[in-house]
Ligand binder design. Structure first.
Ligand SMILES: C[S@@+](CC[C@H](N)C(=O)[O-])C[C@H]1O[C@@H](n2cnc3c(N)ncnc32)[C@H](O)[C@@H]1O
Length: 277
């Protein structure tokens, strides 16, 4: 049961950088009466410290005077993190208790490796009656694929999206099962990843994208040139593995070429199966 005395908590996905990728629904949430909350990494950090807020600033939408920063430190210290999360959740609940909606600004997509899910859970742990809306958005890797022209997956290809921190042994193993790997948070492991790609002869089919959609966007197709360099945190790698050995697919899943004018076999099978169901 939701409590009508409290406002709703809205997670507005803003896309990864280009304000043109803010959806109409997120835009409407920003233009509503909802109080804006935006993430920063350090307390005392001004508006310039928020990547999410910068996306909206580039859109030309005025930033409300009462937009408020919530601090989410980049720390591994459990106590520091617990304190910051408790403060952010309590502050969000204060806003909602005034009866006003709160819109939390999210870089990329709010359901993909995003702070919003944790924040929503922490707020609902304080008050389970809080209504939460998550507005879907464009992820960094969807935008990177579009910008570079590298397909994420076609036909019956397989796709995996992982934080590179799992390490090269895991990445090596996944390359046997996936036609495309998206490596997020690749910065700390870049040299190890490059060595692996060289061993598997995949340097030529890999691409690195920094800060996609922003004025600082950089696309590096000659990924070997990145060896020994320092990348920004907002970098990802798209790895295509054209040599992957494929297994058999179940009948009806693989699209077959039909003669011109003939009904497409895959859709015929699906339609027949649906009719029989
Ligand atoms: C915590 S995850 C956030 C993912 C985000 N919610 C999304 O939908 O893409 C952060 C990682 O996503 C990737 N990333 C996010 N935004 C990016 C951008 N604008 N350009 C390149 N990579 C980005 C980087 O790999 C970064 O280390």
């Amino acid at each position: 049961m939701t409590d009508p005395r409290y406002g709703r908590l809205i997670g507005a996905s803003l896309g990864p950088g280009d304000p043109g990728l803010i959806t109409r629904r997120a835009w409407a949430a920003l233009e509503s009466d909802a109080r804006w909350l935006y993430p920063v990494k350090k307390s005392g950090g001004g508006r310039g410290d928020s990547y999410a807020l910068a996306i909206v600033e580039r859109s030309g939408l005025p930033i409300p005077d009462d937009a408020e920063a919530l601090v989410f430190p980049m720390s591994r210290d459990a106590q520091v993190l617990a304190r910051a999360w408790a403060t952010a959740a309590a502050r969000t609940l204060d806003v909602l208790a005034s009866g006003r909606d709160a819109v939390f600004l999210v870089e990329g997509d709010a359901s993909t490796f995003a702070t919003f899910g944790h924040l929503a859970r922490a707020v609902r742990a304080l008050n389970p009656a809080i209504e939460v809306e998550t507005i879907a958005g464009v992820s960094s890797f969807a935008a990177a694929a579009a910008t570079t022209g590298v397909p994420l997956a076609e036909e019956d290809e397989t796709l995996a999206v992982i934080p590179a921190a799992y390490g090269v042994a895991v990445i090596d193993h996944l390359l046997d099962d996936f036609d495309t790997l998206v490596l997020l948070k690749v910065k700390p492991l870049i040299d190890e990843v490059l060595d692996l790609l060289a061993r598997r002869d995949l340097l030529a089919t890999s691409c690195l994208i920094e800060k996609v959609g922003t004025p600082e966007e950089r696309i590096i197709r000659d990924v070997a040139s990145l060896a020994g360099t320092t990348l920004p945190y907002l970098s990802l790698m798209l790895v295509r593995n054209p040599k992957r050995a494929r297994g058999e697919l179940r009948r009806g899943c693989r699209k077959r070429l039909a003669p011109a004018g003939a009904p497409d076999e895959a859709s015929t099978i699906t339609a027949t199966q649906e009719a029989a169901a």
